[in-house]
Write a protein that binds this ligand. Sequence first.
Ligand SMILES: NC(=O)c1ccc[n+]([C@@H]2O[C@H](COP(=O)([O-])OP(=O)(O)OC[C@H]3O[C@@H](n4cnc5c(N)ncnc54)[C@H](O)[C@@H]3O)[C@@H](O)[C@H]2O)c1
Length: 425
Amino acid sequence: MRKKYALVGTGGRAEFFYGAIASQYQQYGQLVAFCDQNITRQQYANQLLEEKYNHPPVAIYHANQFEEMIKIEQPDIIIVTSIDRTHHTYIIKALELGCDVITEKPITVDVAKAKAIKAAVERTGGKVRVAFNYRYAPHNTKVRELISTGTIGQVFSVHFEWALDTQHGADYFRRWHRNKNNSGGLLVHKATHHFDLVNFWLGTQPETVYAAGGLRYYGKENAEQRGVEQFYHRAHGYPQAKSDPFALDLSSNPHLKAMYLDAEHEDGYYRDQSVFGDGINIEDTLAVIVTYQNQTVLTYSLNAYLPWEGFVIAFNGSQGRIELMVKEQSYINSGGEKKDEGKTEDIELKVLPMFGQPYQVKIDRIAGGHGGGDQLLLDDLFGPEAKDPFNRAATHIDGIQSIMTGVAGNLSLQTGQAVKISDLI
Ligand SMILES: NC(=O)c1ccc[n+]([C@@H]2O[C@H](COP(=O)([O-])OP(=O)(O)OC[C@H]3O[C@@H](n4cnc5c(N)ncnc54)[C@H](O)[C@@H]3O)[C@@H](O)[C@H]2O)c1
């Protein structure tokens, strides 16, 4: 029997899921409905379904008809790709109405919402999966394999630097993510991936978190201090934006225009705000120290305005060191232009035994976003059931554990003190 899916939140990320169900995975699943607070955006999703996937349009429902949608369409699984602060609402309602859930990361943005999700899973017996695509990237899976098979012995420390570039990094400062209430800031919204990877790689949980950082590059005040004098609210309709390399021109990209510019009259969602505007309350520069239950220590940093995108990580163990460097090439500007389309990612994975010769580890190259992780995740979500030796399917518990480092980090930023995760839960 084909599973029935309905999706809530028909923005940039949604097509990754509905496009897959409507094409590659049709024999296993059926898309039955969309739901969003914006009807124009849903109509555009239906247009894409017809034009790109040769799939008939599905029923559309306003966000306030979510429960009605479930009652009428009877989906088995709800896919949640709405903005982060709304995830918990849809996850909990879907579970209560008898559906399972696939949610985008972060599962949610704070402790109260995380507790409510956990309680709903326990109350209903439903299942929640978090779409952690990075776990499936072959280089990341390989690291888990190397560590779990004892290649470098016991891991004592990890040094992890994540770089977001001036295209992708900037995108979090143009729209809803720039408000911490919506996204939890980058320590939650973005670093949920990274802290999940550390939990997944090491098979342990975070204990204490100390974070420092702030908004140092984006935002009006920082730009003023660098001598910028011309400001604008949003790129569309403001000639000043023409000279700003950070400006996003929605009207020049038919996809972004249809998805956002043509839909904004309904909800006032401006996708192209100036990254040098007022009212940004998330950080762009972050350093975090984390201790883990198994006594590993992590030093982590995230910067959102760098000349390249990707990460560098080193694991130091009792029998050697693992180094991984990944330059990402495939960022998709919310379904818009693909940056450096066609280029594969630049990946180097090295093992340095304590006394032996260092050697490179071969990685299987798979096409697609996030180092090929996106395609493997889709297979696992929508393909035939298969046993995964790496146990990559992430549960609500994994989702919650991954945000706790960032949630504790946010508190540490406020108080200047280290935060024990057990004090929060
Ligand atoms: N794993 C990844 O690689 C990845 C990549 C991109 C985005 N994401 C996640 O996907 C989600 C969506 O991100 P996006 O880039 O598509 O954002 P987006 O702004 O393009 O889309 C968000 C959608 O949510 C809708 N929405 C807002 N409030 C709503 C409400 N109350 N009820 C229903 N719908 C509402 C908006 O109208 C919009 O259509 C986020 O949680 C994000 O973290 C994950």
